[in-house]
Design a protein around this ligand. Structure first.
Ligand SMILES: Cc1cc2nc3c(=O)[nH]c(=O)nc-3n(C[C@H](O)[C@H](O)[C@H](O)COP(=O)(O)O)c2cc1C
Length: 333
């Protein structure tokens, strides 16, 4: 019997690696691939509350759930008004959310300067009201994802996390950077350790996890319950299962690329499916001197053309060598 790594309120989480929410990437097809390798929990791309309260629009698709199921499924939303957030959250519970997460980390000025995303961290009262309303009126656990704060001088993640928990939050995820850092500099794992000490709900640590060793180092350094992985999972879903991509053969990589292609095709259809997989392709091929193929992949008009190109690459690369050894052949890398 599998033992849960931790619980989010009463929901068992079977594993400690979690795919980060990533707009344009953490969609139904990519989540399916990551789940297969061991992602213990799935976040959607974030969705503005306003878009959830008007007529159907394309952003609603971000809250689709794979037909095979993907529990526990976290729907991530953002807004700057507690009542509006509550109305949106109420609506989407019925769409299959196991957990609702409030994004308090987005640094994009159009969002943060309007008081949503990381802009919420400058409004402790709004945070308190939002979590109080949501946890009072909804049955699913409510969680939040933070940054360190607005800028170097205003790192109030501890204050905000305590307010969240005092108002019923069931988990806090922390990306160890400020808004001004965006994705630059080094993520502050010390802050994640401080957060874990300060709250009595599970904590997810996030930022700069690139290798299997990083997953274990972040856990050991901070005591966090789970590790949230973003950019490093792109082209490397194996990381979520602590499988070393460097030890895989090119055929093992292309087998997953093909699977991802089929997931994208069945979810988006041909045109958008090919656009989608092309976004991931460069990442799957990273570290391999296969750039000349990228243009041909972009021009592929059908899934079978795309698959033929994968086949061409496969015949060009020795099939039995792990990437670590392929790297030693100058022609390929
Ligand atoms: C392309 C991209 C899109 C992102 N979209 C979201 C999002 O929708 N919601 C969110 O909370 N964070 C989003 N993030 C931030 C990531 O979830 C994560 O916090 C950040 O990338 C740091 O983790 P990493 O070093 O493992 O990438 C995004 C990051 C990237 C690179």
């Amino acid at each position: 019997m599998q033992i849960p790594a931790f619980y989010i309120r009463d929901l068992p989480i079977y594993g400690d690696t979690i795919l980060s929410p990533m707009a344009a990437y953490s969609d139904v097809p990519f989540r399916a691939i990551c789940r297969q390798f061991g992602a213990a929990m799935h976040y959607t791309e974030f969705v503005p509350t306003e878009a959830l309260l008007c007529d159907p629009n394309p952003l609603w698709r971000r809250l689709d759930v794979h037909p095979a199921g993907e529990q526990p499924m976290v729907f991530q939303i953002f807004g700057n008004d507690a009542q509006t957030i509550l109305r949106a959250a109420r609506r989407i519970v019925a769409w299959g959310a196991d957990i609702i997460d409030i994004n308090m980390g987005c640094s994009v000025p159009q969002i943060s300067k309007k008081g949503a995303g990381v802009g919420m961290m400058r409004q402790p009262k709004l945070v308190a009201e939002t979590f109080r309303l949501l946890t009072t009126h909804l049955n699913v656990p409510i969680t939040g994802k933070l940054r360190l704060g607005w800028d170097e001088a205003n790192q109030n993640y501890l204050e905000i996390a305590k307010i969240m928990v005092d108002n019923g939050a069931a988990l806090v995820a922390l990306h160890g950077r400020t808004r001004t850092q965006k994705y630059r500099g080094q993520a502050d794992w010390e802050a994640i350790a401080k957060l874990k000490q300060a709250v009595d709900v599970p904590v997810l640590g996030n930022g700069d996890v690139r290798t299997i060793a990083d997953i274990d180092r972040l856990k050991a350094h901070t005591g966090c319950d789970g590790v949230m992985i973003g950019r490093a999972a792109l082209g490397n879903p194996w990381l979520l299962g602590r499988i070393d991509r460097e030890q895989l053969t090119f055929r093992q990589i292309t087998a997953v690329l093909r699977q991802h292609l089929h997931e994208a095709h069945s979810y988006y259809g041909t045109g958008d499916g090919l656009k989608n997989i092309n976004r991931h392709l460069k990442k799957y091929l990273s570290g391999l001197a296969l750039k000349p193929y990228l243009r041909a992949f972009r021009e592929a008009a059908t899934v079978s053309e795309f698959e033929d190109l994968i086949g061409e690459m496969e015949t060009a690369v020795p099939s039995n060598l792990p990437l670590a050894k392929l790297r030693k052949i100058p022609h390929f890398l």
